[in-house]
Write a protein that binds this ligand. Structure first.
Ligand SMILES: Nc1ncnc2c1ncn2[C@@H]1O[C@H](COP(=O)(O)OP(=O)(O)O)[C@@H](O)[C@H]1O
Ligand SMILES: [Mg+2]
Length: 374
């Protein structure tokens, strides 16, 4: 059992870098929370403050209601897995996993039981007598996780544990971490710069930028209701298309006019805009690549664009196109929807015509970059 609560947590390093500021978050017992954001936004610093590896400059951190600000890392009952694995090179896998237990003078028969059980769960039983250098990256990562597993800690902290692995292994280990979570049934705080990892692993995601939390929410919430432009562009791949355009309110309806095309905002979104008393004017319009519709022919209210790059991804195409003012947009389209001939026509220099369904438009204030609705 362990909940974690951070209140007004701040970190200023000796060189006056403010790494984390005004960080407020309550993590429930057994919750899986992911900190995500670009490099340098303060993810590792926050995680290390929870672990007690970094002193905090302000605020309080509580574990299960107890303030731990001045508690040594070893007294916090926390396990941590690092990006670089931090294995002891001269020890076997068995001894690496057993290390913390032996420090605590746990009897050897219990050590044996715990190490072999962790190895079994992680599928590394056959490698227990090897040294780390004789293992692949994925196997080393499993050993690092095993070492954290045997500690029976209440909170499991992971800092970019998959970022040293190649793409295929990363996908596989991601699925294994989801299974591991089910088996350990403990509180997880997981750090990554990768939005896919955040979306697939987290019960909730904490999106950070420049030391500040931008938004906290479930994967669905942050995807469908991004609070600002930064979150909107960070979550989702390929990233959301962004356009400056005019929002017009007429006859109880809203319209946008990107690149001279006129497109109606659907009724539900319109109601939400009306509730916020948005009267119109210059806005930033966001449309996700999967929400752009390719029209077959020129239409008065479609945007004419020129194909630059056509990336065949298998089940879908990523089409990079350019509109007359030079702006580049990305369109994601399922390949099954296209005939062989249509697909062949989507090549460099050819014209395509784009429309946006009104129910999947996002609107941001051009000055504050805040979402006009959420
Ligand atoms: N030991 C340190 N001393 C001084 N500045 C640091 C130290 N560690 C990190 N920083 C700075 O704090 C900020 C946040 O770093 P970090 O928490 O490592 O970010 P992230 O893990 O999100 O990439 C960065 O600007 C980084 O340069
Ligand atoms: Mg980091």
């Amino acid at each position: 059992m362990a909940s974690v609560k951070l209140t007004n947590v701040k970190k200023v390093y000796d060189n006056h870098v403010v790494a984390v500021d005004d960080f407020n978050l309550e993590i429930a017992d057994k919750e899986f929370v992911v900190f995500v954001g670009p490099s340098g936004c303060g993810k590792s610093t926050t995680l290390r403050m929870i672990a007690g590896l970094e002193e905090i400059s302000g605020g309080t951190i509580e574990i299960d209601g107890q303030v731990v600000n001045d508690l040594q890392p070893k007294d916090r009952n926390i396990a941590m897995v690092f990006q670089n694995y931090a294995l002891y090179p001269h020890m076997t896998v068995y001894d690496n996993i057993a290390f913390s237990l032996r420090l605590k003078k746990v009897p050897e028969n219990v050590v044996y039981e715990k190490v072999t059980h962790a190895a079994e769960v992680l599928g590394i039983t056959d490698y227990l007598l090897r040294k780390p250098r004789a293992l692949s990256g994925g196997q080393r990562q499993r050993v690092a996780i095993g070492r954290a597993m045997v500690r029976d800690s209440n909170v499991f902290l992971m800092d970019e544990p998959l970022s040293n692995l190649d793409a295929k292994l990363r996908n596989q280990m991601r699925a294994e971490i989801i299974l591991l979570r089910k088996q350990l049934d403990t509180t997880f705080v997981y750090v990554t710069h990768d939005q896919t990892e955040a979306m697939t692993l987290g019960d909730r995601i904490v999106i950070m930028k420049d030391g500040f939390i931008q938004q906290v929410g479930t994967p669905t919430e942050v995807f469908e209701k991004p609070h600002n432009l930064f979150v909107a562009e960070f979550i989702g791949a390929p990233k959301m298309n962004i356009m400056k355009t005019e929002l017009v309110k007429a006859g109880g309806k809203y319209y946008v006019t990107p690149y001279g095309a006129e497109m109606e905002v659907d009724g539900v979104t319109g109601q939400l805009l009306a509730q916020k008393e948005v009267s119109g004017g210059e806005v930033i319009l966001g449309v996700r690549p999967e929400h752009i519709v390719l029209a077959k022919n020129p239409a008065p209210n479609a945007i004419e664009a020129t194909v630059l790059v056509n990336e065949m991804m298998g089940s879908e195409l990523h089409l990079h196109v350019q509109v007359p003012d030079g702006t580049k947009l990305i369109v994601r389209t399922p390949t099954v929807d296209l005939s062989h001939e249509e697909r062949a026509n989507l090549k460099y220099g050819n014209k395509v015509y784009l429309t946006f369904p009104g129910k999947v438009m996002y609107f941001f204030d051009p000055k504050t970059e805040e979402n006009l609705i959420y």
